[in-house]
Design a protein around this ligand. Structure first.
Ligand SMILES: *Cc1c(COP(=O)(O)O)cnc(C)c1O
Length: 458
């Protein structure tokens, strides 16, 4: 593991925080809180040992699922906030951290082009944030259908079930994007209330054509909910994306609601999602009349615009600190980190596509749209390709290279002329690499070597 700056940062900031409360009379912690330091150290030794039973998510050779370490400033700020443990349910549960939440969320809204005109807050994650978006959508269009691409996150169908909203799945094309003809067929039926548009699908990072769906909304009238839990931050570097993705990210301010997960690409510890609404008036739908929530301010507080009650104020503190250090600007260091991830994915895809030994199939529809690369093995049948893939996956792991597996339609990897119809097509197990760490660009050579060495060893 690299040297960790967090303990020193935390020691210094802890003193500064103690000084803030310097006027309080000192008190002795109860025996339970002041346990024997040796006993606590022994427990933590065991914890360290137990935590060793994990993939090394922090290392650049972990290039599998959507996992990357939080920024040191986020970890330090989160740990510092633990001395207070604020609850952002209501202002009197976390005055400072509620303000930091509103500021940090406004900065995210600004990134999406909604400076000064949004309603939003943090959530425990993308699932809760999407639940709030569909809950609002369902109240505004009761009993009308929610539709999402079959490549959308499975959570939308499940949430629609929880909310008892009728749901329909729209087929995806060979690039994993919502098929717009199929969408329009559903829209013509006249009962679609909300279209979920995914900017950055979880499987392959595909970007639905938001700009074209906005044009359909002008004609058919429906709500647009953008699920950008994974991809939202790519708005900052849309100029380096392909033309369709650039147009989709440019149109994001046309959405009615947006979800983004700071705990995915935003360098935050888990427990940090974000929901934004374009029209602040939807706040009225959250109205409640609780005798428990004390009002120490006349302003609408966060507990009044959130379905969750207790929420970690520390998440807001960590996010605020990160955005102070790394502002969400197109030319800043944060955006450069995303650009490096993107460059790593483009390079891996290029190597797969132009492999002289002809060992791999890249996506026939074209290079990745964000920083997620998928590929299948060349083999006579889908079954043999899947088996080879699983063996390579394990052989890579033995070399400390950690990739992920995903099931995709075989036709996505075949040239258009001999592609089979996607309906009912055969699935193949593929390799998947989410290259979301800024170090991945520099490590791409080592990742490629690990992959080809694993292949050679079989
Ligand atoms: C991760 C993800 C979700 C779910 O978010 P959680 O933070 O895991 O609850 C929803 N949609 C998309 C596109 C995602 O990538």
């Amino acid at each position: 593991m690299p040297a960790d700056p967090v303990p020193a940062l935390l020691a210094r900031a802890t003193q500064a925080l103690a000084a803030e409360f310097g006027s309080l009379p000192p008190f002795e912690p109860a025996p339970q809180s002041a346990a024997d330091p040796d006993a606590m150290a022994r427990v933590l030794d065991t914890v360290a040992h137990r935590l060793g039973n994990n993939y090394p998510y922090f290392h650049p050779l972990y290039a599998g699922q959507m996992l990357k370490p939080p920024h040191p400033v986020a970890r330090a700020a989160y740990a510092l906030a633990m001395a207070i443990n604020p609850n952002n349910h209501a202002r009197d549960g976390g005055r400072a951290s509620s303000e930091m939440e509103m500021e940090a969320v406004a900065q995210i809204a600004g990134m999406f082009g909604w400076a000064g005109q949004h309603l939003g807050h943090l959530t425990s994650g993308g699932t809760m944030a999407n639940l709030e978006a569909l809950w609002v959508a369902g109240q505004l269009h009761p009993a009308r259908r929610v539709v999402a691409s079959e490549q959308a996150h499975y959570t939308h169908q499940r949430i629609s079930g929880v909310l008892r909203l009728p749901f329909a799945s729209i087929p995806a094309d060979r690039r994993g994007r919502m098929d717009l003809e199929a969408l329009e067929t559903e829209l013509r039926k006249g009962d679609v209330g909300t279209v979920v548009v995914t900017l950055g699908t979880t499987a392959i990072g595909a970007v639905d054509a938001l700009d074209e769906i906005v044009a359909l909304r002008d004609h058919y009238g429906f709500r647009i909910h953008v699920d950008a839990a994974y991809g939202g931050y790519f708005r900052l570097i849309r100029d380096v994306l392909d033309e369709p993705a650039r147009r989709s990210f440019a149109a994001i301010d046309q959405a009615d609601s947006i979800v983004v997960d700071p705990h995915k690409h935003g360098l935050q510890p888990y427990g940090c999602g974000c929901i934004l609404f374009r029209d602040p008036a939807v706040g009225r739908l959250y109205k409640h009349d609780s005798p428990y929530t004390y009002f120490t301010s006349k302003e609408l507080h966060l507990g009044e615009i959130s379905l969750e009650c207790s929420r970690a104020g520390a998440s807001a503190v960590a996010l605020w600190a990160t955005q102070q250090l790394l502002p969400l600007t197109p030319d800043g260091e944060f955006a450069q980190g995303l650009a490096r991830s993107r460059a790593a994915a483009v390079e891996l895809d290029r190597r797969l596509r132009h492999d002289n030994a002809g060992r791999f199939h890249a996506l026939a529809g074209g290079p990745p749209q964000l920083d997620i690369v998928v590929w299948s093995m060349r083999a006579p049948t889908a079954g043999q390709a899947s088996e080879l893939t699983r063996k390579i996956f394990l052989a890579c792991a033995e070399r400390n290279l950690h990739l992920a597996l995903v099931q995709l339609l075989q036709s996505w990897f075949q040239p258009a002329e001999d592609s089979v119809d996607t309906e009912g097509g055969e699935y193949v197990t593929c390799l998947r690499s989410v290259l979301m760490k800024p170090e991945h660009e520099a490590w791409l050579g080592a990742i490629w070597e690990g992959l080809t060495a694993a292949y050679a060893a079989l």
